[in-house]
Design a protein around this ligand. Sequence first.
Ligand SMILES: NC(=O)C1=CN([C@@H]2O[C@H](COP(=O)(O)OP(=O)(O)OC[C@H]3O[C@@H](n4cnc5c(N)ncnc54)[C@H](O)[C@@H]3O)[C@@H](O)[C@H]2O)C=CC1
Ligand SMILES: C[C@H](O)[C@@H]1OC(=O)[C@H](O)[C@@H]1O
Length: 256
Amino acid sequence: MLLADKTVIITGASRGIGRAAARECARQGARVVIGHSGSEQGTHAALSLIEEIRAFGGQAIEVGGDAADPDTGDTLVAAAVEAFGSVDVFVNNAGICPFHSFLDMPREVYLKTVNTNLNGAYFAVQAAANQMKNQGRGGAIIAVSSISALVGGGMQTHYTPTKAGLHSLMQSCAIALGPYGIRCNSVLPGTIATDINKEDLADEEKLAYMTSRTPLGRLGEPDDVAGPIVFLASDMARYVTGASLLVDGGLFVNLQ
Ligand SMILES: NC(=O)C1=CN([C@@H]2O[C@H](COP(=O)(O)OP(=O)(O)OC[C@H]3O[C@@H](n4cnc5c(N)ncnc54)[C@H](O)[C@@H]3O)[C@@H](O)[C@H]2O)C=CC1
Ligand SMILES: C[C@H](O)[C@@H]1OC(=O)[C@H](O)[C@@H]1O
């Protein structure tokens, strides 16, 4: 059990990568706080995940809250401490990527994307880090950034800067929080088939193109990202901080 006796908060854990990570953390012995949007659908999905986790003897609670709200991190931390007494790992995963062209990008789409993916994350990381510092026994913070932190996307001009921002936030926080034993790392998934890109990949040509560009010959699945998150959360990664781990089937290095 890689995460025995640890309390893990994961945002956006009702579905996709966050859900897979929450399930795997619980399998590895963690007590899990399932962060979700607070919508009826999100609450329903989170409750079904709690049932799944309890069925194999794990422990989990759910907490609703808008990831864009700077107060949501405090809410998640308070709920974790009330239910489980500590916060040992914080995984910032919630995110949106409404594909849109640059020249006519509506301000509200840009601002919603930046607020959800980066601004809320900043304050959530701060809330988790303060709790870990006060506990006095270190911790691990992981941002679900993206391959898009390193490369562009013509329909993602509002999105890629948020992923580069998270990547950079983890690098700077690794320095700021190292003295407290708090490790900060990011995972950089490639293209993982989830709801975030369902519409985009419904285009068969695009789907075939993305698959053909991936040396491992398939798109990723949420479970492909869960293992790397658990590794970075665990004491197996005790000397890893400020790092970023591509989880992309080789997509990034595939120039020719
Ligand atoms: N699927 C992919 O190809 C890749 C995804 N990522 C990142 O992985 C993370 C998870 O995305 P996926 O699982 O793929 O998509 P998804 O759409 O299945 O999951 C996104 C999660 O974030 C939550 N969320 C969205 N807006 C929220 C808000 N305002 N407040 C609270 N929760 C909110 C959703 O409810 C959902 O649980 C995102 O940050 C995304 O940018 C990174 C690289 C590639
Ligand atoms: C949503 C996209 O399909 C996905 O998100 C990312 O971060 C990657 O750049 C992929 O394009």
